[in-house]
Design a protein around this ligand. Structure first.
Ligand code: C2O
Length: 605
């Protein structure tokens, strides 16, 4: 099993009452889009319809829809044909030798087609357009493969709460951002143009290269970590270049800071960000000096600071330890060339990455600008520090043994610091030292956290009152509880080492134009004070920021999945011998309704 590297153990125990923090979905059913009837979830969906049509065209007949179907409902044959299109092989003959290699049926996401870049939209609900395509430099928008420079000296990314109180560092960082902001508006290195990179990749400005109408989305899948690593890499290289030209980084040490929100000292907004070039007016003014809530729902819950800190550490433990035991749980689902929807977020992307965005964005702005919506997130300098921490967590939960070709070969396109349009691959960003930087080692107080079980009963699933259970599909208007039978129980340590027991919740239908979230609890007793994220019963959170989710034009609920690792939590809850698990979903936030179609247990290598 690929387990987390261990560091010095600091054991912390959490036991807090949490009755004040229960959040009930605030929006009534009337806030659903009008085509959804109250009390009913949409149950039919057609995925990859566009592609099935092309199958017919190529072979003059329908494919057997069941043959080789993967869990996205798409056929292997479909993937295979699409790969042919991508490779320009013109049908089955040229690629016949690929037919027995299952990974050959897919193809890596080919990166954006810059020549067909179009307006992005701020949210699927309003369709309000926003222009964020990259400016054109030179004749053509055709990227060349990037040559990684060799680095003789590595730069150190330091925690923001330390770096930004160092006057020399603060001066440099401020100066760098000021220089970026001072460039001509249409210069690719201008701060707003850098912010627009995020808008274009995340709010629907791009089609995938080679596909006329298939959008590109770098969230909700295994592209999340690598895209943001490359994005920050070029942003940092541009800052360094500007500082050097300005004579402000002559010792060659400048690197981005990281917002270390996973340790108590880093849990407030980074210091000295409220003036000069680091200031952004579009932040939630109520959060400027409070402890961050890594489980933020869109509403403040007013926990005492020490309790909030412990709940934050508990969330970190759940996501980095319990829910990251397998590379795909951590990275997010497989997303291939031509896919018209995204498969699901990895643990950290879902939580706390999304919550930090929402906690910083201004709640009184129409789209929660800046950090609360992908189109505007990059306009706040704190974005780059937030994502440096996300990136650092990837170095901790190293995935270097994960070698799926279609992940390694996925492409992105950026302007480098010399204004060259370059394409980069996932495979080349996996080791930060090859990109010229590393993260300062800091404590990980969440790693060996011990949490207290709130429930007292054993075998809860067997004693539950069936009349209190929900049946699928579940429209979340308040907490809902259901039972999932476990195909295997009392697994041996080596069986558990071999395979993670994964709770797959979904398809989840949700409104991608709103902030949407629900928490998941395992074996929460209904007759005790409600659990919260501090407790051992807390299993994870599904969360989505307003954005444009895929290439479909209409404002409809989108589909995703949440995957939760059960090995560790069942050990902690002493429930490994139970026949079933009791799952409670607690919707939170100001977001609109969520419909959960199904849930099941799978085993993941
Ligand atoms: Cu691309 Cu934190 O989002």
């Amino acid at each position: 099993m690929a387990s987390l590297p261990l560091t010095t153990a600091t054991t912390t125990t959490v036991a807090y009452s949490s009755s004040s923090s229960t959040i009930i979905l605030s929006s009534p059913l009337s806030s659903w889009p009008s085509f959804v009837k109250p009390g009913q979830c949409l149950t039919t969906r057609k995925r990859n319809h566009r592609f099935q049509v092309s199958c017919k065209n190529m072979h003059g007949g329908d494919q057997n829809p069941k043959a080789g179907s993967n869990n996205d409902g798409e056929t292997f044959q479909g993937k295979f044909d699409r790969r042919n299109v991508l490779l320009g092989l013109g049908g089955l003959y040229g690629a016949a030798n690929l037919i027995y290699d299952p990974s050959a049926f897919a193809a890596p996401v080919p990166g954006p087609d810059l020549t067909t870049c179009h307006n992005a939209i701020k949210s699927t609900n309003t369709g309000e357009p926003v222009a964020c395509c990259p400016p054109q430099v030179g004749q053509e928008m055709i990227p060349l493969p990037y040559d990684l420079p060799t680095f003789t000296k590595l730069r150190t990314r330091r925690p923001a709460h330390e770096a930004l109180v160092d006057p020399d560092y603060l001066k440099k960082f401020r100066r760098g951002i000021e220089l970026m902001k001072g460039l001509p508006a249409d210069h690719p290195h201008n701060f707003m143009q850098q912010a627009n990179i995020h808008c274009a990749y995340c709010n629907g400005a791009y089609y995938q290269a080679g596909f006329k109408d298939v959008g590109l989305q770098v969230h909700f899948s295994w592209l999340f970590f690598p895209f943001h690593r490359w994005y920050l890499y070029f942003f940092e290289r541009i800052l360094i270049k500007l500082l050097q030209e300005d004579g402000s980084d002559n010792d060659g040490t400048f690197a981005l800071p990281f917002w270390n929100w996973d340790v108590p000292d880093g849990m407030r907004f980074p210091p000295n960000m409220h003036s000069g070039s680091l200031y952004d007016p579009l932040r939630d003014s109520k959060h400027i000096s409070s402890i961050i809530d890594l489980g933020y729902s869109g509403e403040d819950v007013d926990k005492p600071d020490d309790q909030q800190i412990q709940c934050n550490l508990s969330i970190m433990h759940t996501q980095m330890v319990n829910n990251s035991s397998r590379p795909l749980l951590f990275l997010g689902g497989r997303y291939y060339a031509g896919d018209t929807s995204t498969p699901g977020q990895g643990s950290i992307e879902s939580t706390p990455h999304n919550q930090v965005h929402t906690w910083v964005g201004a709640r009184d702005q129409p789209y929660h600008e800046d950090l609360g919506n992908f189109y505007s997130a990059g306009r706040d300098p704190v974005f780059y520090m937030h994502h440096a921490n996300v990136d650092r967590l990837w170095t901790i939960r190293n995935t270097n043994k994960f070698m799926e070709r279609d992940w390694l070969n996925a492409l992105f396109v950026f302007y480098d610091e010399d204004l060259k349009l370059v394409s980069v691959k996932v495979r080349d960003c996996r080791d930060t030292t090859k990109l010229g930087y590393f993260y300062e080692e800091v404590p990980r107080p969440w790693e060996h956290l011990k949490r207290v079980r709130r429930g007292k009963k054993s075998n809860i699933a067997a004693t539950v009152d069936p009349s209190k259970l929900s049946t699928f599909p579940i429209l979340l208007t308040g907490s809902s509880t259901f039972l999932i039978n476990r195909p295997k129980k009392s697994r041996t340590p080596s069986e558990k080492e071999e395979q993670e027991e994964v709770l797959v919740i979904g398809p989840i239908e949700f409104d991608s134009g709103a902030y949407v979230a629900f928490e998941v609890y395992v074996n929460e007793e209904d007759d005790v004070v409600k659990s919260d994220t501090c407790d051992a019963e807390y299993a994870g959170t599904f969360a989505s920021l307003p954005h444009k989710h895929d290439s479909t034009k209409k404002s409809r609920p989108k589909i995703s999945y949440l995957r939760i690792g059960l090995n560790k939590i069942l050990e902690d809850l002493k429930a490994e011998d139970d026949d079933a698990v009791l799952i409670t979903l607690k919707p939170q936030s100001t977001g609109k309704g969520v419909c959960v179609q199904d849930a099941k247990i799978e085993y993941m290598n």
